[in-house]
Design a protein around this ligand. Structure first.
Ligand SMILES: [Ca+2]
Length: 489
């Protein structure tokens, strides 16, 4: 039992690297050298080396289930993936993969769970609800923190408030964190960049630093032949893409008005936020949101913001960038779409407020934010040390264009105290939320699109707010207040 547990711990620390969204993680500590000098005392009854590497002298096999990523063209994980290959070399634990075809996990996982035919490890497959629902199928690891999971414990406990994320209501820990880091790269999502060649072409010599000069630049992009192809009508001043995590409109623009956001990928992101007093507030109601919608509509109806953004995908946005049609947009870095040479024409736009909101405005993101995926791996019978023994070292880092971009707008990200941590929400509360949240959110999204595209009257806005009340927006806020407070007693 212990042996399997030992394996998983070491390997999973390694495998977390496969999934991290940053490619630039720098070594936080030296990897332990594999040692051949393990004393007899250092080997437990099942042949597991209690300290150091390898984990076992005789190879052992660990069965890991994961979903193939859509853009992963590899054919052999143990050959193709540095983390897997290195984990095997260092731990002497063999990895056997049950790789689910891309896009099939949401169908297959419930069947696996219901059928009880489980791998040793689920890697990036289970969510918090599934862990709670099938709790008895998984192996609690909190009792191993002092022995086989020391490194896991060390890593997890670096995250502020980690217990809230890690412990289920029954008092157990079933999953390790992944993507855990406090990298500056990851403290925010989209960062706005502006085309400096276009600025030159329209006779603007400095990057805008306030709303008025920014607005003037957008109008010049619209009205002149900013890309210099002889056609003054083919420029898109501000491009964006709905449901594209870096380039979404609300996430990137609402902060100028004082409504903070920090990633839609966290369930609550975009519909509520935490204020400086620790109170959860509505993002999509009230006078400030109304002002945001009014300004966005005005800019869209006058051709400053791209109407096609509602339907644009990653590919279509990429095409517009590559074809030199965009004056400004929000991105991870311009290198996502452009060559290094093309990216030279882009610079980070400083963050500034919409007029009148200079006292309180935000950049999408969390200062000093530690990113930690709550349920990166879950063990079913007992495997562990394989995950524990591998520290968070990675391949070489990459240049710091992203960090330079982050630094430009960093001061305007939210403090970490205003972040809602993921945690194990009791099933009843999740079910209750599910009763109404879908209708609530689709109503919000529909009105958002319609209001920006077509405009709206005061009466229509009042009717929208009434509708949100009927759809239990107050209960939604109360739910996330409890998540934030971890208040489930
Ligand atoms: Ca043109």
């Amino acid at each position: 039992m212990k042996k399997v547990l030992a394996f998983v711990l070491s390997v999973m620390m390694m495998l977390s690297l496969l999934a991290g969204c940053s490619k630039a993680e720098t070594p936080k500590e030296e990897a332990p050298e594999a040692t051949e000098e393990v004393t007899e005392n250092g080997v437990d009854a099942e042949g597991v080396h209690v300290e150091g590497l390898p984990v076992v002298d005789e190879p052992w096999t660990l069965h890991v289930c994961m979903e193939k990523q859509q853009q992963d063209l590899g054919t052999n994980i143990n050959e193709d993936k540095w983390a897997a290959k290195t984990a095997i070399e260092r731990t002497n634990v063999q990895l056997e993969w049950n790789e689910l075809a891309s896009g099939t996990a949401s169908e297959q996982i419930p069947i696996m769970l219901a059928g009880g035919d489980l791998p040793d490890v689920f890697f990036r497959l289970l969510n918090a609800s599934q862990i709670l629902q099938y709790e008895e199928e998984f192996y609690p690891i909190e009792g191993l923190f002092d022995s086989y999971a020391k490194h896991i414990y060390e890593a997890m406990s670096q995250v502020d408030g980690w217990e809230k994320m890690a412990y289920t209501p029954s008092g157990h820990v079933y999953s390790g964190f992944g993507g855990q880091q406090s990298l500056r790269d990851n403290t925010m999502n989209g960062i706005q960049v502006i085309n400096t060649r276009w600025l030159n072409n329209v006779g603007i010599s400095e990057i805008p630093t306030d709303w008025d000069s920014y607005y003037t630049a957008l109008e010049a992009f619209r009205d002149q032949d900013a890309n210099g192809n002889g056609d003054a009508s083919d420029e898109i001043p501000y491009a964006w893409a709905n449901n594209q995590w870096c380039a979404e409109l609300f996430d990137n623009e609402s902060g100028r008005f004082g409504i903070p956001t920090y990633s839609r990928s966290h369930g609550e992101g975009g519909y509520v936020y935490v204020d400086a007093n620790g109170k959860v507030q509505k993002s999509r109601s009230g006078e400030t949101y109304k002002e945001y919608l009014t300004v966005m509509h005005e800019m869209m109806s006058t051709g400053l913001i791209d109407q096609e953004g509602f339907n644009d995908s990653w590919d279509s946005l990429s095409g517009k960038a590559k074809n030199d049609k965009i004056g400004t947009y929000c991105c991870w870095t311009p290198l996502e779409f452009l060559s290094e040479e093309q990216a030279q024409s882009w610079d980070t736009l400083p963050r500034f407020a919409y007029t009148g909101h200079e006292n309180e405005f935000y950049q999408n993101g969390i200062k000093d934010g530690t990113t930690a995926l709550q349920t990166i791996w879950v063990v079913t019978n007992c495997p562990m040390i394989t995950m524990d023994r591998m520290p968070r070292d990675t391949k070489d880092g990459e240049p710091s264009l992203r960090v330079a971009m982050v630094n430009t707008v960093y001061d305007h990200a939210l403090p970490e105290s205003q972040r809602i941590m993921p945690s194990y929400v009791p099933a009843e509360a999740t079910q209750e939320l599910a009763l109404y949240s879908q209708d609530l959110i689709s109503t919000i999204e529909q009105f958002h699109g319609k209001a920006i595209l077509n405009g709206f009257t005061d009466e229509e806005y009042a009717a929208y707010e009434k509708q949100l009340t009927d759809l239990r927006y107050d209960d939604y806020v109360a739910h996330y207040q409890r998540v934030y407070d971890h208040d489930w007693e």
